[in-house]
Design a protein around this ligand. Structure first.
Ligand code: ADP
Ligand code: MG
Length: 238
């Protein structure tokens, strides 16, 4: 069911790193297509290259060879400046340790990508940020500093920030990895809602229970990708 124009197209990407004992072949010519509206899990042993794969797609790091296209645009042809702007508009990234700026309030953190990409007029930005904070259930925390919030609240703030410029693609590198299982479950439900609203989400997870709830699961092992059989729970919740 490959669409003519997948949102994410990873084509024969090789990524080598120079290790202390020589070159490490982390990704050995991997290819992947993700269509708009898909919710894709990525799992694999620690050190297998999951973060490396995510970094290739977000353009945080560049492949040794091969090509990555987002929305039909090959990102390796972009300069660092173009790529930063492109990423700001097209990709929202959510990290394990939130990476909120500690000296800015929650709403200021949420507005940062808007200030960078300037898709909304300055006077529209606070209102839009507040709407996003409402969407993630955090409107009442808008004017607090991140370190006064719980882990789950901080991750919600990071999700609001990732949504700032309404990007089609969301990427999470173990975004629930630093949350207790109850909070992780609630954040995961928020991700499912975003996909239901049309976002595309690619998410690394170690969590076996969450991986089970992914409609599509990619396994990274020995430098290659495998499509894992979907293990979606089909039973209604008890
Ligand atoms: P995962 O996210 O699956 O745990 P990573 O993608 O972070 O794995 O790392 C895959 C391998 O690449 C590991 O062996 C790691 O040590 C190595 N690696 C990752 N980034 C770098 C880097 N910048 N320089 C050298 N080696 C790296
Ligand atoms: Mg990792």
């Amino acid at each position: 069911m490959a669409a003519a124009n997948p949102l994410v197209h990873v084509d024969n990407v090789v990524k080598d790193f120079q290790g202390p004992a020589g070159v490490i072949h982390v990704l050995k010519s991997v290819s992947l297509e993700v269509n708009q509206g898909e919710f894709v899990g990525v799992r694999g042993p620690s050190g297998s290259g999951k973060s490396t794969l995510i970094n290739m797609i977000t353009g945080i790091d560049r492949p040794t060879s091969g090509q990555v296209s987002i929305a039909g645009r090959p990102i390796e042809r972009m300069s660092e400046n173009e790529l930063a702007r492109f990423r700001g508009k097209h990709i929202g990234v959510i990290f394990q340790f939130f990476q909120l700026l500690p000296t800015l309030t929650v709403i200021e953190n949420t507005m940062l990508p808007m200030d960078f990409c300037r898709m909304w007029k300055p006077r529209e930005r606070p209102q839009r940020a507040m709407q996003l904070l409402e969407q993630v259930g955090l409107a009442d925390q808008a004017h607090k500093l991140p370190n006064t919030l719980s882990g789950g609240q901080q991750q919600r703030a990071a999700i609001a920030r990732a949504l700032a410029n309404d990007p089609p693609l969301l990427m999470g590198d173990e975004p629930t990895g630093n949350l207790d299982s109850h909070t992780a479950d609630k954040v995961f439900t928020l991700f499912q809602d975003l996909v239901a609203q049309g976002k595309t989400f690619i998410m690394v997870t170690h969590d076996v229970e969450l991986a089970r709830r992914m409609p599509r699961l990619i396994e990274v092992a020995d430098g290659v990708l495998h499509e894992a059989a979907p293990a979606m729970a089909t039973m209604p919740a008890a």
